[in-house]
Design a protein around this ligand. Structure first.
Ligand code: SF4
Length: 486
């Protein structure tokens, strides 16, 4: 069955959450909880691989939400052992087949190896083509399998050296967790585009997770972010940090702060909720407008709208109510239902909007389809003026680093200037936060084009990691070899 999101959700999507634990009483249950806290990063599939004291691996994976797959006690009980890795997947391309659900597992001569990753490799196609020519047989269309084959053919002897050998061949943005017979491993790409944090359980066990909200849910104390380009090896002797890459300035994904991360997470030392309020305040300073109400587009626009309202001195009201109970497999998207689209998820709070000049605050405009319907809904509810303020700069470029965004041709801001966008969406005025304003809200100086602090390529087209698979002109006849997002 299709998802409601397929016909009414016009947001970029995070493409995965990862979680790993070493030395926990009940590793599978903790991992299921951690994945549950990371559910916003991927809702298509979930998987857990555990390792028991006898060195045996146990796995369970399935399509759907964490609760759909790990809600039964017997499933958790079957995943024995004190060590685990887990993964939430959001599929970007191709089928959401079970064979693509992570963690992926393989048997090597050094023992079992399970790997899960968040991000996207930008030379996966080139690597897959070379690997297939060497005789590797790919079982999935995920980039993660590239790691498995690169490890398999590496001439190094230890698993860590083989993994480092693999990491040095891949390009892209990734945070990965891996489990083998001797250790839990975590790694971030050299620019640290995707997040990964380290926590400690009350029993001293160590946890790796995409976000701090997953540490909180399992009662783990935040220790630190895994650094850009760092590989950590966690075993019974503690944690060993390895820096296999030459040092470069990191480029953390700025969109994590705007939209992807859960608001109660802290990323790279910066609380997401506070940051979103700061962005809203900056937006009010940059593009304030006379109005009666500040109304967030729920839920993701709420903190920015709060910051905007306080800065502008205009009341904040929930003029749009979100239905949290829209099922993922609720209804077939026939044309008639597709036209109802946004109303399944949002409805106007008519009593609040009637006769008011409204500023709608949203976090992003991607295709613009949802924005247009929301504005129409707010006008039908009696608003006399509708202004829209957006807490990100115009999304003019696609993301190739692990976030599902449409092709550039489908991005509204790539095709239209702001005045045209305002006309299409149907607002009285439209403004986006400036890039420098966004950096200011994050406590940074204005963006230095020669040394930007963040990855902001979807706003600037400044892609810091080479887009090898998109720039070479190799034939792409083998469907198996198509780059597939994670
Ligand atoms: S291109 Fe945009 S969404 Fe993708 S990693 Fe960079 S900032 Fe994040």
């Amino acid at each position: 069955m299709p998802r409601v999101a397929e016909f009414e959700d016009d947001k970029p999507h995070e493409e995965c959450g990862v979680f790993g634990v070493w030395n926990a009483g009940d590793a599978a249950a903790l991992t299921a909880l951690g994945l549950h806290a990371l559910q916003h990063r991927g809702q298509e599939a979930a998987g857990i691989v555990t390792l028991d004291e006898a060195g045996l691996f146990h796995a369970h994976k399935g399509l759907g939400l964490v609760g759909d797959n790990f809600g039964e006690a017997k499933v958790i009980a079957s995943l024995r052992g004190p060590h685990a890795v887990g993964h939430n997947r959001y599929a970007t391309t191709g089928e959401t087949a079970l064979r693509n659900v992570q963690p992926l597992y393989a048997d090597f001569e050094f023992g079992g190896f399970a790997v899960a990753h968040n991000g996207n490799l930008t030379n996966a196609y080139a690597l897959k083509r070379a690997l297939v020519r060497r005789g590797c047989l790919f079982q999935s269309t995920t980039d993660s399998e590239v790691f498995i084959h690169l490890i398999a053919i590496s001439l190094y002897s230890t698993v860590i050296d083989r993994l480092i050998d693999a990491l040095k061949q891949v390009q892209g943005a990734y945070s990965l967790v891996a489990l083998h017979n001797g250790a839990l491993i975590g790694a971030r790409d050299p620019l640290g585009v995707r997040p990964l944090v380290l926590g400690r359980l009350p029993n001293g066990g160590l946890v790796l997770a995409s976000e701090t909200c997953a540490l909180d849910i399992v009662g783990a104390e935040f220790v630190r972010d895994i650094e850009a380009g760092e590989l950590v090896v966690i075993d019974d002797n503690g944690l060993r940090s390895i820096k296999p890459f030459s040092r470069t300035e990191s480029r953390f994904c700025i969109f994590e702060y705007i939209y992807f991360a859960r608001p109660d997470s802290v990323m790279e030392g910066t609380p997401v909720y506070e940051t979103r309020k700061n962005i809203g305040a900056e937006l009010a300073r940059e593009s304030g407008v006379a109005a009666d109400l500040i109304v967030p587009v729920p839920d993701s626009g709420v903190p920015a709208a709060m910051g905007y309202a306080v800065e502008a001195g205009i009341p904040f009201e929930l003029g749009i109510i979100r239905n949290h109970y829209v099922g993922r497999t609720f209804i077939e998207p026939t044309d008639q239902i597709r036209n109802l689209g946004v109303k399944l998820k949002h409805s106007a709070n008519r009593a609040m909007l009637q006769g008011k000049r409204v500023v709608l605050v949203d976090d992003s405009i991607v295709r613009g389809t949802t924005s247009r319907k929301i504005v129409e809904m707010v006008r039908q509810a009696g608003a006399t003026e509708v202004h829209m303020r957006v807490s990100s700069p115009p999304t003019t470029h696609s993301c190739y680093y692990g976030i599902d965004t449409p092709e550039r041709a489908d991005l509204m801001a790539a095709k239209h200037d702001i005045a045209e966008m305002a006309r299409i969406i149907g607002v009285d005025s439209l403004a986006f936060i400036s890039l420098d304003g966004l950096y200011r809200a994050l406590g940074q100086p204005a963006r230095d084009p020669n040394k930007p602090h963040f990855c902001d390529a979807c706003f600037t087209g400044d892609y810091a990691i080479p887009l090898t698979d998109w720039t070479d002109n190799s034939d792409r006849q083998l469907s198996l070899l198509q780059p597939a997002g994670q």
